[in-house]
Ligand binder design. Sequence first.
Ligand code: FAD
Length: 468
Amino acid sequence: MTALVWFRHDLRISDHPALDAALRAHDRVVPVFCFDDRLLAGRHASGPRTRFLIECLEDLDAELRERGARLVVRRERPERALIELAGITGATEVYYTRDVTPFARSRGRSVHAALEAAGIAEQALPGLTVADDVAAVRTRAGGPYAVFSPFYRSWLDIPRRAPIPAPAHIPSPPGLDHGRIPTADELGLSAALEGAQRGGEREAVARLDRFLRGPIHQYAEERDRPDLDGTSKLSAYLHFGCLSPREVEAALPRGEGPQQWRRQLCWRDFYHHVQFHYPENARLEYQVRYRGTIAWTEDDALFAAWTEGRTGFPLVDAAMRQLRRDGWMHNRARLVAGSFLTKQLGIDWRRGEQWFMRLLIDGDQANNNGNWQWIASVGVDPQPVFRRVYNPTLHLERYDPEGVYVREYVPELRRVPRRHLAEPWKMPESVQREAGCVIGSDYPRPVVDLAAAREAALARYAAAAAAD
Ligand code: FAD
C-alpha cells in the first residue's frame, strides 16, 4: 500500500509525525510539495521568503535521497496535484501536518473535499507547534485564551509526546516523475538579500547546536540586546518547520536562560492558538473598540521614511535597514520600529504588518499579526496604551549602549561620538563636520518631535475608545 505525505510548513524528516505515521501504515511513501500560485503571488508573497523556501526544499530532497526517496514537486494546487499523484501511484491515503492559518484551513477544506470525492483517506497530524493541539488549550471557563501568562501556565502542564527520530529508510515507488524545484529566476524573484540566512533542516540543526552550546545560557541577560548575538535566529527555520518545535523544546538544557527561551517558544504557540480561535484578527483588530475607530495618518512620505530607515532616529533606522539587508530583525528592534510606526507616526499597523511580511524570512502570519497587534495596542494580551509607546532614544541608550548595532546598519553614523548617537540632531555643527555626518544632508533630521508625537498617540487612542 502507498501513501502520499503532503509537506507544507514541516520541511524536515526528524520528528515528523505525519511522515512517521505514513511509514508505519504503508509499504511505500511519496513525499510531495506543491508550489501553489495562491501563496506565491498572494497578499503575503515575499521574494526573500520564497528563496529560503527553495533552499529548504533542496535540503529536504537531499535528505530524502539519502534514504531512498525523492521529493515530488508540482507547480499546481494540491487539490489537483494530490489526486493526480494518488491516481498514478495507487496511493490510498494522504498524510499531512495540521496548520492553523485561515488560508491553510480554507485550502484544507478544498483538499478534503477533493480527496473525499476521489475516495482517498486523509490523516492530519501534529508537528506545527510545541503543543500537539494548540487550539485545544482552554481556560478554566472552557474558552480560548487572550492573555499570555495564564496561557503559558496551562501550556507548561500539557503532557508532551516523545520526539520521533528521523527514519533510516523511506521506501518509495520507482519510476515516478518527481518534477523539479523551480529556481528563483523561474519564479521571477527579486535579488537575494545580502545578509539572508540559508534554508534547510541541516543548517537549522547546526544553528540550534551552536545556540545550545553557548548563547542560550546568557539568553535571560542578552536577549533584549540587538548589539549582541544573544538570540537563536531560528525563527525562519521554525516557520518553515525545518525544526520541530517539540524536538527543540525536548533538547533544552536546564537553567534560567533555557527557561526564558522556552517561554518565547510559547509565545509562538500562543499566537497560533489566537490565530486559530480569532481568524478575523488577520484583518481586524482583536479589540472591538478599535475596529475602524482609530484616525490613522495616511502619510506616504512618512511611511517611506520608515521603510527606508530615514526617520532620523538611529535605532529605528538601524532596525529598518537590518530588515532590508538581512530579512531578519532583532525582537527589541521590531518592537521599537512597530511602536514608532503606529504610535509616533500614527500609521495603520496593517501597513507595517504587510511591509514586514514582504521582507521577513521568518514572516509568519500568526506571529507577525499577533505581534503587530500587540505593539499597536489593539490585540490580545492588552496593556494601557502608554505602556507600549516606546521611546527610540531611551531604548538606544538602554539596549545598544555602545552604539554597536546602530553603527553596523547606519554607516553615516559610524564616526558620531557615542554621547551624540541617541540624539544626533543635537550634535554641535563642529562635531557634525568632524564626524562626517551633517544632519539634514548626510543623515536626516528627525521626522517627528517625540514628546508631541506621544501626546498625539495617546489622544488618538483615547478618542477611538470614546467613539466606540
Ligand atoms: P529567539 O529570541 O531565539 O526566540 C526563539 C523563538 O521563539 C523564535 O525563533 C520564535 O519562533 C519564538 N518567538 C520569540 N519571540 C516571539 C514573539 N514575540 N512572538 C512569537 N514567537 C516568538 N516572529 C516570527 O517568527 N515571525 C514574524 O513574522 C514575526 N513578526 C514580528 C513582528 C513584530 C512587530 C514583532 C514585535 C515581533 C515579531 N516576531 C515574529 C517575534 C520575534 O521578534 C521573532 O520571533 C524573533 O525576533 C526571532 O528571532 P530569534 O529566532 O533569534 O528569537
